[in-house]
Design a protein around this ligand. Structure first.
Ligand code: AN7
Length: 356
């Protein structure tokens, strides 16, 4: 047999070049992100009936979240422009991706995170990749304001999703969903924090539609955590509160993009409670073998809610973006489930506990 490179994935910039802003070859900074699986739920018929539920598992990107799609674009573009440093505010995943791609590009990264409110896995990534991690006594929204001020006056590239290249990269998630299914889904569910991703997916779907690659558009369904649901309430939330720390955001930067996605697609932006999020989070792990982080499960909690409200029909294809990997936040996993059983090192006793 002869070895060939056929079929090897080159990262989203190389794979989707014709649909993305141009980038010089030597500036492309990639960890081969993208090409994540679209996993079909097979064990949840009791909940969803004949709904076809598919999970776009973005936790399988190089740094464990969807942010890698946007970051390869933002960092490559910053590199092309000659930037030496990047900066972002983050609830965790953006900081992990920024740190990793900056390391790859040979740039410095500064990340501002809310003190004590980001998951352990994400913090350890940012530190390991060599970013300067600044923990502020404040929330994400405060951190983003400071980053905006700094980048107004200093030559550091902002890589939050206000940076349009982030959205460009993240829209490739929609391209992949269409390619996997052979068409667009009926509904696309996402968690909403800063609202960059729902904006990006809608942009991606519209672009494929405009190019005649797909002939239908999905309804965009965004779900915020109840304690951090500014778009649902129609005003910013001063002190957002949810255990899904990734989406603990009170004043989303892409607010308008989310409204546009909802209104143009005929979709919904709604909220789910922390209990509903944890229920969906555990359900996916225990019954489908897919371990995502709590914020990601807001999408599936949204599907459960919409199904109960009679919005979804048998035969509909529903895609949920699972934005980040469950290993990002082991604390919540352990807190929300049963403790391991302590046993003596004794076969007979262990067999008894096992029920034999
Ligand atoms: C797992 O990392 O905002 O609505 O600073 O980490 O595009 O903001 C993370 C957001 C959903 C919300 N799921 O996406 C950050 C940050 C996970 C996330 C969201 C985030 P957007």
């Amino acid at each position: 047999m002869q070895l060939t490179r056929k079929g090897l994935w080159g990262g989203i910039i190389r794979e989707f070049r014709e649909f993305l802003p141009e980038i010089q070859d030597d500036a492309v900074t990639t960890l081969l992100e993208g090409n994540t699986p679209l996993v079909e739920c097979v064990n949840l018929k009791d909940l969803f009936g004949e709904l076809r539920l598919m999970l776009k598992f973005e936790g399988l990107n190089p740094t464990g979240s969807f942010k890698d799609r946007g970051m390869t674009m933002a960092v490559s573009k910053a590199r092309e422009e000659g930037a030496k440093a990047i900066i972002c505010a983050s609830t965790g995943n953006t900081s992990a991706a920024a740190a990793a791609y900056a390391a790859k590009a040979g740039m410095r990264a500064f990340v501002l995170v809310p003190d004590g409110q980001i998951a352990m896995g994400k913090l350890s990534q940012a530190i390991m990749h060599g970013a300067m991690v600044l923990q502020i006594k404040g929330n994400f929204d405060n951190a983003l304001e400071i980053v905006k001020e700094i980048t107004r006056d200093y030559p550091i590239k902002m890589v939050n999703s206000i940076n349009p290249f982030r959205i460009e990269g993240q829209k490739t998630g929609a391209f992949e969903v269409c390619e996997h299914l052979g068409h667009a889904p009926t509904y696309h569910f996402l968690p909403v924090g800063n609202a960059g991703n729902i904006t990006a997916y809608w942009k991606g779907y519209r672009q494929y539609y405009g190019e005649g690659i797909i002939s239908n558009l999905p309804k965009m369904m965004g779900f915020q955590a109840e304690g951090a649901a500014p778009i649902v309430l129609g005003h910013p939330v001063e002190e957002p509160d949810t255990l899904a720390t990734a989406i603990k955001i009170g004043n989303p930067a892409s607010w308008d993009g989310a409204l546009k996605a909802r209104d143009e697609s005929g979709g919904v932006i709604s909220s789910v409670t922390d209990d509903e999020i944890i229920e969906a989070y555990k359900l996916l792990a225990a019954r489908e073998g897919v371990f995502c982080e709590p914020a990601s499960a807001a999408s599936v909690a949204g599907v459960i809610k919409m199904k109960k409200e009679g919005v979804l029909n048998d035969g509909d294809t529903v895609v949920c973006t699972l934005t980040g990997h469950g290993l990002k936040d082991p604390d919540i996993a352990l807190k929300s489930s049963e403790k391991p059983i302590k046993v003596p090192a004794d076969t007979a006793k262990i067999l008894k506990v096992m029920g034999f």
